[in-house]
Design a protein around this ligand. Structure first.
Ligand SMILES: [Zn+2]
Length: 156
């Protein structure tokens, strides 16, 4: 029994190390996307904003401040509560729900998986939806997946 527990503990330890290595690979892989996100985050931080580090299913930085509020209210697709740019989540100071955060973290995971190809894949998914007579945003595969993630609580 003790051996079994020891083996299990070792397995979990290895799994954790693999997860950390996987997260790090995801961060590096999505760096071409996160860099523009950081370029947005810096002026938000400098203008009375704050940056919080999120740890959980995926590492991310949560950036909020008056400038983020202003930018999100003027998003080209309409006013947004938050948006993810690589591993950077830019959100409004007020009214950020855990549901919205889970949605954006799903986009962070997508960016970690697709890396620099993510914007292209996202646009292709919108084009695919349009070709099938559906809405580019609402029926985008990545948006559907992110909406599903809103309801789930990924394991820590
Ligand atoms: Zn979305």
């Amino acid at each position: 029994m003790r051996n079994l527990i020891h083996a299990l503990a070792q397995h979990l330890h290895r799994y954790r190390r693999l997860r950390i290595a996987g997260s790090l690979a995801g961060v590096l892989w999505a760096l071409p996307l996160s860099l523009p996100g950081l370029l947005l985050a810096l002026p938000v931080r400098m203008m009375h904003g704050r940056i919080e580090r999120l740890t959980g299913s995926v590492p991310a930085l949560l950036v909020r401040g008056p400038l983020a509020d202003w930018l999100l209210a003027r998003h080209p697709f309409g006013p947004m509560a938050a948006m993810a740019v690589g591993h950077i989540v830019i959100a409004r100071r007020h009214g950020l729900t855990s549901q919205t955060l889970r949605h954006e973290l799903a986009h962070v995971r997508q960016a970690a998986l697709w890396g620099a190809a993510f914007p292209l894949a996202y646009l292709a998914a919108s084009a695919w939806a349009l070709l099938h007579g559906r809405q580019a945003y609402w029926h985008n595969h990545f948006e559907i997946a992110a909406r599903k993630a809103e309801q789930h609580f990924p394991s820590e």
